[in-house]
Design a binder for this molecule. Structure first.
Ligand code: NAP
Length: 226
């Protein structure tokens, strides 16, 4: 499948790399490819600049958001939550129309430092904001409750015996997203229901962030025992 990942951060790189390894034709979207490739600084988490990663993944095309979205059959939103609506507007509603849009972004507001607060919660979610802004996209919320490495390779923890959630209004879109998750190695995929259920996984972030501090690692996940 042609998969376009919007976002050049850790999540975008990790999902794009894994999807490429699985045989998908992958592109990554960014605002300005030349500027993105010209960066030389490591990010806040010490990750190398995009160009260093891309040198190891030359088969993955780096395109402007709109060109990436136009090319993809399935789109992944891996941008900072505060900028997701703006990025998707750059991607273009016409390029998202009828396509599965997997939303991994979290509605985190870091403007007052760490820990961040949620800029939407309880009665709405970022996923629903995206769906309302792009009504012809088929939004599926998933993968936002995990560290990027675990997202694409659950077997790195407990042999893969832990849980992932999906939310969305379109059953066929959720089935497509679930196929991709199975390709990553996920087995316990819990369909929470319609897109309003994305409020739950987005509101897991406050506890997820405290767990990361308490455990001293982002390499953990929730296992739903029943
Ligand atoms: P990030 O740093 O949150 O986002 C990077 C992307 O956001 C880049 O593509 C960048 O565009 C775009 N961006 C930043 N500022 C922008 C602006 N002012 N206007 C337009 N676009 C802008 O990347 P990340 O850490 O990989 O996280 C991606 C998303 O996944 C976030 O919502 C995060 O909460 C969520 N998430 C992360 C993890 C994790 O392990 N890090 C786990 C679960 C969920 P350019 O390419 O043009 O620079």
């Amino acid at each position: 499948m042609r998969i376009s990942v919007l976002g050049t951060g850790t999540v975008g790189r990790t999902v794009a790399g894994r999807a490429g390894d699985l045989g998908h034709e992958v592109a990554i979207g960014t605002r300005d490819p030349q500027a993105t490739l010209a960066r030389t600084d490591t990010d806040m988490m010490g990750n190398p600049p995009f160009g260093a990663w891309h040198a190891d993944h030359p088969e993955i095309a780096l395109l402007r958001f709109a060109d990436a979205a136009a090319r993809g059959e399935l789109i992944v939103n891996a941008t900072s939550g505060t900028n997701s609506l703006e990025v998707l507007a750059l991607a273009g509603a016409e390029n998202l129309k009828g396509k599965v849009l997997i939303d991994i972004a979290n509605p985190l507001d870091f403007s007052a430092g760490f820990p961040p607060t949620l800029f939407v919660k309880d009665t709405d979610s970022l996923a629903e904001q995206i769906q309302r802004a792009f009504p012809e996209a088929r939004v599926v919320k998933t993968l936002n409750t995990l560290n990027a490495t675990v997202m694409v390779d659950p077997a790195t923890l407990a042999g893969g015996d832990h849980s992932i959630f999906v939310s969305g209004d379109d059953a066929a879109a959720k089935a497509t997203a679930t196929d991709l998750l199975r390709g990553f190695g996920w087995r316990d995929i819990i369909d929470l229901g319609d897109l309003s259920t994305a409020r739950g996984p987005e509101m897991l972030l406050p506890i997820w962030l405290r767990l990361m501090t308490a455990l001293g690692t982002p390499a953990f996940n929730f296992k739903i025992v029943r």
